[in-house]
Each structure stands twice: as C-alpha cells, then as structure tokens.
Design a protein around this ligand. Structure first.
Ligand SMILES: [Zn+2]
Length: 192
C-alpha cells in the first residue's frame, strides 16, 4: 500500500545524510538532483556503503542488482546488452519508463541505445534513489503480518512498527520489487 508515515522529504533528507557521511562531504552541498557520481564523486563501493546506511535507517533491503542485470536474467541473455556490452533499444525503452518521473529530462535524453553500461551509475541522483527507497516503503502491507492488526506507526520517522504488537514492518526487498515491476511493465507494453 502507499504508506504515508514516511515522507518523500524525509527519505531525501536521510539519503543526503548517508551520502554526506559516506563521501565525507558537507550535507549542505548535496541537492536532490545531484548525481552521486558526477556531482558528488561517488564510486561503486560508496554505493554499497550508502545502501547499507539506508538499510539500517529504514529497516529495508535495497536492490543488489541493476535493472539491466534483472532484464537479462528474466528475458534472456542479449535482451539488455549487446555483444559489446552496450545497451539495447529494448533496455533503453524499459529504463525510460522506469526513470520517467524520477530524473530530469536532460538525463533521460542521455539514455540512448548503444550507451555503455558503465555510464549508467552517473544517472543516479539523490531523487531517483529516493524514489527506489519510497517504492520499497510503499510495499508496507495493509495489516501486520504478526498480529493482523492495522496499526502502523513510526519511530524517529524512519522505522515503521506495529502499534499493536511492536513487530517491525515487513517490506519487499529491492530486487523482488524490480522483478515485479519488469514483469508488469512487460505485460502492459510488450517491449521485449
Ligand atoms: Zn502487529
């Protein structure tokens, strides 16, 4: 369900904090549209660190794999990347749908078939990453899986727990969420 206990702004604030701590930079210099790679200098190991911090903060599991890897696994080798490791048109079409509301138009323009997969991390912004976190938080079930009651509340505006029995909220993990989204989008748009 679409949860309302944790706001978009709160997620962006926590993500800025996590990025600032990981990259040892001043949080005030980070904007919602900052690219973690291009503007903040993040490298691949930094993403692991930021993900870890975010997982602790919100008690969620972030995706371990990029959408490209999921496309190849679900729809077959060569569907997302050609033999030179460049993005296929199908992969680009899927990613455009995925990123439509999360990134700036200019970033979306840069996403083209033939693009190198290594160029993708530069497209990740604080805002697009916050969108992925919100998607996970929005898998909060209507009722507590432990006691069946619907009495969710937050602790520190980041942890959702059951107000009736105290159980931690159970969310879908990031990888399962990407797979669900890919299947649904494929069924609707028949891109692959
Ligand atoms: Zn409960």
């Amino acid at each position: 369900m679409r949860q309302t206990l944790i706001s978009d702004d709160k997620v962006i604030e926590e993500l800025k904090k996590a990025a600032a701590e990981t990259l040892a930079i001043d949080v005030a210099t980070i904007k919602a549209d900052s690219s973690l790679v291009k503007d903040l200098g993040a490298e691949s190991l930094d993403f692991l660190d930021i993900n870890y911090r975010i997982e602790q903060t919100f008690a969620i599991k972030m995706a371990r794999h990029f959408i490209i890897e999921h496309i190849e696994e679900m729809f077959g080798e060569g569907t997302a990347l050609d033999t030179d490791g460049k993005l296929t048109e199908k992969a680009v079409n899927l990613m455009r749908i995925r990123l439509d509301t999360a990134v700036e138009g200019s970033t979306l323009e840069a996403l083209k078939p033939g693009m190198d997969m290594d160029a993708l991390p530069a497209m990740i912004t604080i805002r697009s990453m916050a969108g992925s976190i919100m998607d996970i938080l929005d898998t909060l079930p209507e009722n507590c899986t432990e006691c069946g009651k619907s009495a969710w509340k937050t602790e520190n505006d980041t942890h959702i727990v059951c107000g009736a029995c105290g159980a931690e909220a159970a969310y879908k993990n990031g990888d399962d969420l990407i797979k669900d989204w890919l299947q649904k989008t494929q069924d609707e748009h028949k891109i692959i």
